[in-house]
Design a protein around this ligand. Structure first.
Ligand code: NAP
Length: 468
């Protein structure tokens, strides 16, 4: 970013709502473009899904936070954690104080299946389950009954892979991770020995990626089972795989074939991959009783609109008995305050990153990045390019004099405003105090950290910085 504002003019000020990857990439790029940047987060802790989403047994992925820590050290950066848009502050109040309001809120709700029985006890969204094992404060009190033998995970993405793996990890595999202590305890006592991963389309259309599929072979106490007949490709899929598919899909099918051909591993637990089946009803005792099974219909692949290979029900049904169902079929955003929202897509309404209304007219000074802009897709690094696209528009609008014109510009007055609205608000130094405490608690046990999962504990620990 070479476009630095002239020295004579005060730096324009941006507020980024959401301290996850997309918020941090945008912060870094805006600082580089000469903006001063305040980053807010509803939680006292930064890093969004890197802290509360990435599976705890994937510590390398989490090390990306070092990049964000460098951003936080830069002049012009401030962090205010524990401030929730729509609760402590309003959208209009941000527009009174900043040239740029950038939403980086992520997508915090999970999609629903819309089938009978979905609200039975024992049916959960993967979003909540992931938040629970990762120690998100909002999920600390969730209750999962793992006193069941078979779990079904619906969906064929990497999140489905994460939750399936977490359900069968050996306690020794969990022990050196930063999994929340409450989850380690419940998972250690779990009776789940089989996890069925259910894909509505075929193996060629699976959304998970090669490393996630491959690593199933390395699980300490779990084997992988795939029925070879599930891997027989229909003509359309075979043609697509040969002529159009990317290497990921081709490798997925190869690895699945290797799994199907391998002799069964002598293991106490197993992950069973089933394809071409859609859930049609979650079964249970009576109207509201806990889940006892899932009725699925067999699908076949047909080329649909735009050439997409879609799952079409055959009418051939079967029941998979189970005591736990985790729905992992993608995320959607949650509307916040009165920020324009596209309810159909579950995203902030925007035109390439500029927030706009239903008629497409851009709102001056309001922008969006990350999953709440484009939907929940890609890996963490995808958000860097995504942020660059939005920041380029912000710079373009600044140069054209089209940013918002705030009435209040004094940074100290803005900090005082936050302190008044959220007296517990956590600064970067406060987060560093939390971080140091969590790491120190983990160190004697060979863990990267022991997470604090209660808001009161996080706020209290953040104050250790001022107490000395
Ligand atoms: P995803 O990759 O979009 O996968 C969603 C899955 O749900 C697809 O298999 C989809 O099938 C299926 N699905 C959707 N609606 C369904 C329905 N009504 N019934 C049955 N199945 C349905 O989403 P995700 O797993 O939530 O992951 C989100 C993003 O985070 C992805 O980009 C993912 O790669 C990324 N992520 C990465 C990692 C990692 O790098 N290790 C870990 C976790 C997440 P169709 O294809 O048929 O629609």
């Amino acid at each position: 970013m070479t476009d630095i504002a002239p020295d004579s003019a005060p730096s324009p000020r941006a507020v980024i709502v959401g301290a996850g990857p997309s918020g941090f990439y945008a912060a870094d790029q805006l600082l580089g473009a000469g903006f001063e940047v305040d980053v807010l987060d509803a939680l006292p802790t930064p890093f969004g899904l890197v802290r509360a989403g990435v599976a705890p047994d994937h510590p390398k992925i989490k090390s990306v936070t070092r990049v964000y820590e460098k951003t936080a050290k830069k002049d012009g950066f401030r962090f205010f954690g524990g401030i929730r848009l729509g609760e402590h502050i309003r959208r209009a109040e941000l527009l009174e104080r900043y040239d740029v309001v950038l939403y980086a809120l992520g997508t915090s709700d999970d999609n629903r299946l819309g089938i009978p029985g979905e609200d039975r006890p024992g049916v959960h969204g993967a979003t909540q389950f992931v938040a629970w094992y990762n120690g998100h404060p909002d999920a600390a009190d969730y209750d999962y009954n793992l006193d069941v033998e078979r779990a079904v995970v619906i969906g064929n993405g990497n999140v489905a892979m994460d939750v399936a793996r977490m359900l069968v990890l050996h306690p020794d595999e969990l022990a050196p991770t930063d999994t929340a202590d409450h989850a380690i305890e419940v998972l250690a006592a779990s009776k789940v020995t089989e996890v069925v991963l259910l894909g509505r389309r075929g193996p060629a259309q699976a959304a998970f990626t090669n490393p996630e599929l491959r690593e199933l072979a390395d699980l300490e106490r779990a084997g992988v089972e795939v029925d070879i007949t599930d891997l027989e490709l229909d003509a359309a899929s075979a043609k697509w795989l040969q002529e159009e598919a990317d290497p990921t899909a081709q490798r997925n099918v190869e690895v699945l074939r290797e799994y199907a051909a391998a002799s069964p591993k002598d293991a106490s637990h197993r992950i069973v991959l089933k394809f071409l089946r859609s859930p049609v009803e979650i079964l249970g005792e009576g109207q509201d009783g806990a889940v006892t099974g899932i009725k699925v219909v067999r699908n076949e692949i047909q080329a649909g609109e735009g050439g997409r290979l879609s799952a079409v029900a055959t009418g051939d049904e079967e029941v998979i008995e189970c005591g736990l169902v985790l729905r992992s079929i993608g995320y959607r955003g949650r509307p916040v305050d009165d920020v324009p929202f596209d309810d159909r897509r579950g995203l902030i309404r925007n035109d390439g990153g500029r927030v706009c209304d239903a008629s497409g007219d851009a709102h001056s000074g309001e922008y969006v990045v990350g999953w709440i802009k484009r939907g929940p897709s890609g890996v963490i690094g995808t958000n860097k390019k995504d942020a660059a696209d939005t920041v380029a528009k912000i710079v373009e609008d600044r140069d054209a004099g089209k940013l918002n014109a705030p009435a209040i510009t004094d940074p100290d007055a803005i900090a005082a405003f936050y302190a008044e609205r959220a007296p517990d608000a956590v600064t970067w130094a406060g987060w560093q105090a939390i971080d140091a405490h969590e790491k120190a608690s983990g160190e004697p046990h060979g863990r990267p950290r022991v997470k604090l999962v209660r808001l009161a504990d996080l706020f209290e620990r953040s104050r250790a910085t001022t107490a000395g």
